[in-house]
Design a protein around this ligand. Sequence first.
Ligand SMILES: *Cc1c(COP(=O)(O)O)cnc(C)c1O
Length: 427
Amino acid sequence: MASLEHAHPFEASLADIDPEISAAIDSELARQRSTLDLVASESVPPRAVLEAQGSILTAKYADGYPGQRTYDTCEWIDEIESLAIGRAKAVFGAGHANVQPYSGASANAAVLHALCEPGDVVLGFDFAHGGHPTQCDKETFAGRYYRAFAYHVRRGDRLVDMDEVEMLARAHRPKVLFAGWSCYTRHLDFARFREIADEVGAALVVDMAHFAGLVAAKVHPDPVPFADACTMTVHKTLGGARGGAILCRAELAERVDAAVYPGEQGCPLPHVIAAKAVTFKLAGTEAFRERMRRTLEGARAIAEALVEAEERTGASVVTGGTDVHQLLVDLAPSGREAWATLRRLNEIGISANAVSLAYDRLAEPACSGLRFGATALASRGFDREQFGEVGRIVADALANGGEDPDGSLAGRVAELTSEMSLYRYLD
Ligand SMILES: *Cc1c(COP(=O)(O)O)cnc(C)c1O
């Protein structure tokens, strides 16, 4: 504290300048360290990504693209953005990449801006059935500025109803057909989506916000050859910088770039673009592929533990398992509500998501679904065996409605979190 008087305010540390924010960050670090993070959209950003994202690049204005800026002195930003673009194209085998979208939502807005006129028809995956609101929800730009229609999962097997996709596409002839999900655990049939898009003259946009890391690691079917454009986040399974990106066929490069800037955004975030470049570099390494394989193994191990415990827990694993980094659990057979259950899981040190499931018997905000993902714990180093124990802890908790009267579940969580350090370099 005393140093505030001596140091120039620009050189004083965060702890000196702003003890409240600094203490809150320290508390959040302690929370992350002591929590089993099963939030499927979260990961652990590598130190190199955090260094780039917290760097002096934050100062720079650089509207435009490499070689075509409306500001001078952008030579280093050009270098950084060109590296990010080249690495994204290489990792995904894409014709063109735009690394400026501020988020996955901004990437979807920009793609619609690039491929549609206001009022054009868009067909996306219903939010309540596993899609993302920015594909066709009435509350978002997708539903406000476009004529948006939604497809669903089948009641029986909870898989995307491709016959409905085809029927809606024929009936409404969308300009953009979205394929991609937030709450779904099986592979999509990209070839069938492509056929349907071709039949009705739609552009196929694969919203791979959740599974981009799996695609980069080649442990998931590759949508890039089928899609006109792919949108993604860089911080979910890719595990890096906080933001979005777009891949597209080379012929669409100009339209996509113009839609991002100046269409939807102002100046890009140079510090975040640098961190994206680092993320794409790491995504091309064997260490990353190993982590993604371990992520899939982890999700499967948790799913297996929960399937085994179904009679005890009264909670069923949706579709009986998973092909990806996350799984969905339906609490309906147990009669329990997801938010109440999640709060009890939080108390023993587990974080996850309460979600509405397709055909949920409860009305929002109450819901029956829990979503568990393995990305963050795999980034933290968890192996198959540890994921098995995570699954057994979750199963034991669900069998008890989340209650932990003797503290033994919290003890098992603490054992795992203390065994597996997090951000050790910050000590
Ligand atoms: C997370 C997500 C988004 C939005 O990404 P943000 O960075 O949170 O804006 C878009 N689409 C899908 C399918 C997602 O899962």
